[in-house]
Every structure is written in C-alpha cells, then in structure tokens.
Design a protein around this ligand. Structure first.
Ligand code: S3P
Length: 184
C-alpha cells in the first residue's frame, strides 16, 4: 500500500491578538495565555520601546504622538511579517489608527477585545497612569469622564474584534478558558 504522505514538520500558525483600552489587562492576560499555550508573547509597547530605544513616555514627549502612531503601525506590520506564532498585546490606541484593524483582521481571526466598564478602568488607571502619556496629567476625579469620552470614540474600532470578552465579569482563569475555546 502506498505510504501516506506525512510532512516531516507540521507547519502551523497561531496568531492571537488582544486589544482593549489602557488598563484592560492585555499584557497580564496575554502573558498567561502565551505561557499556557507555549507561544511567544509580544507586547507591542515593549516592542516599540526596544526598537526605538526609548520609553513610550519619551517618544510622546520628544517626537509627538503622530510619530509614535507611524512607528506603531510600522512595527505592528513587522511583527506580522517576521513571526508566525504569537500572543500579541496591542497598545490601547493601536486599533484606532493607520488601518491597523484591517491589517490585523486580514491576518488572523483570533482577535479578542477585553472589554471593561468605565468605573473598573478608572480605578485601575488611577493607580497606574504615571507612565501613560495620554492620561498622566489628569486628576483622578476627571478620569471617568475622560475614559467615557475616549471609549465612545474608540469603541467602533474595538468592536471590530472577532470576539468581545466581558472582562468585568470574568476572572483570569475564565478569560483564558474562553479565549482558548474560541481559537481557530
Ligand atoms: C495608548 C496606550 C498605551 C500606549 C500609549 C498610547 C493609547 O498602551 O500604546 O501610551 O492610545 O491608548 P497600553 O494600552 O498598553 O497602556
């Protein structure tokens, strides 16, 4: 009987993208998911900082947001060109600029929006706004209103994700389990 043709090495790709507002847990969940699935984890903000040899705060302060968005788009493309398997955490603004959502959705169906309520985001960001140039100047009391308006502008982009996870109502374990179940 003819021997079945079995490729010596199975070629697989698994590209998982997490998106959501600042403070929604993209990095924390992404790292755990990557570890669980045995995939490399890439944080787009870290990737940008390493490539430009500068912190996000410095890039915003020294060269401005437009330059940051251009580099963010270039490096997002580079990640998809250079890697086949990864869990990638986007920056909070990435989906909203430079057709980045088209780029991502054309290359993978595993795109997850970690959706959180305004009060939860405000509470989290109150404690970790210092390294975030878009909110670090805001007094705590103004955070909920700022986040609310910002989310209103950004939601149409976030809502294009293949899956939306109601992260307010889920602990980390159920988030990971739900993501795993939906992977293709
Ligand atoms: C930004 C979010 C940040 C970072 C930059 C801009 C945004 O990423 O990319 O400060 O526009 O929401 P995180 O969502 O990881 O904080």
């Amino acid at each position: 009987m003819a021997k079945a043709l079995v490729p010596e090495r199975e070629i697989t790709t698994m590209k998982i993208v997490l998106l959501g507002y600042m403070g929604s847990g993209k990095t924390t969940v992404g790292k755990q998911l990557a570890e669980k699935l045995g995939l490399p984890f890439i944080d787009l903000d870290d990737y940008i900082e390493e490539n430009l040899n500068s912190s996000i705060a410095e890039i915003f302060a020294e060269t401005g947001e437009i330059y940051f968005r251009r580099e963010e788009h270039r490096l997002l493309k580079e990640i998809f060109e250079m890697h086949n398997n990864f869990v990638l955490a986007l920056g909070g603004g990435t989906p909203c600029y430079s057709n980045n959502m088209d780029l991502v959705l054309n290359l993978t169906a595993n795109v997850f929006y970690l959706k959180l309520s305004i009060p939860t985001l405000a509470e989290r960001l109150r404690l970790e706004k210092d390294h975030r140039p878009l909110i670090k100047h805001l007094p705590d009391i103004e955070l909920p209103e700022f986040i609310g308006k910002h989310l209103f502008e950004r939601s149409p982009f976030y809502n294009r994700a293949t899956h939306t996870l109601d992260a307010d109502k889920m602990d980390e374990e159920s988030l990971l389990k739900t993501i795993e179940e939906k992977l293709v």
